[in-house]
Write a protein that binds this ligand. Structure first.
Ligand code: FE
Ligand code: ZN
Ligand code: FE
Length: 164
């Protein structure tokens, strides 16, 4: 692959995010199944619905820029998911599992936030204001998802894991 200008790198970043989101679409239902706490399950369900919209936003950008979102596999997200699967397949108490699910999910969110922040900055620089606005919307959702998980962990779930 050749990156002769920022536009090419921008397209690469978008494809990478598209792959990351699609990987998450497969993994979030498993995390919902494994959750032992209603609020945590709801938080994941809510973020699954948002993730579908986020995929839609990226598709809107791709359609407008007239290219196909293919050809990229996000190895970063694949690695984070592989790590979380190691943990989830180990012998783990239910309360500890909830804390582990949060730990994994927050890594996903932070990875996405880094990607969206960069992509939004590139979009602005390149004069793609519509794309920048859509990327900003997703960036904010990822931030809210991350803070919701922090709140759940700090409010109760870390404590429950400690006393399990
Ligand atoms: Fe996302
Ligand atoms: Zn990646
Ligand atoms: Fe996310």
């Amino acid at each position: 692959m050749k990156f002769e200008n920022l536009e090419k790198l921008f397209v690469h970043e978008l494809k990478d995010l598209y792959s990351a989101e699609n990987q998450l679409l497969k993994v979030l239902p498993k995390m919902i199944d494994r959750s032992n706490n209603d609020e945590l399950r709801q938080a994941f369900q809510h973020h699954l619905a948002e993730t579908k919209q986020q995929v839609g936003r990226l598709e809107t950008i791709f359609a407008k820029m007239d290219f196909k979102p293919r050809g990229e596999h996000c190895k970063g997200m694949a690695g984070l998911i592989a790590e979380s699967e190691d943990l989830l397949s180990s012998e783990i108490a239910p309360e500890v599992l909830d804390a582990a699910l949060i730990s994994a999910a927050q890594r996903f969110e932070h990875y996405e936030m880094a990607g969206y922040g960069t992509a939004r900055a590139f979009a602005q620089k390149l004069g793609h204001q519509d794309a920048a606005d859509l990327l900003q919307q997703t960036l904010e959702e990822e931030g809210v998802a991350d803070r919701t998980l922090s709140r759940l962990a700090e409010k109760r779930l870390n404590f429950e894991a400690m006393t399990a």
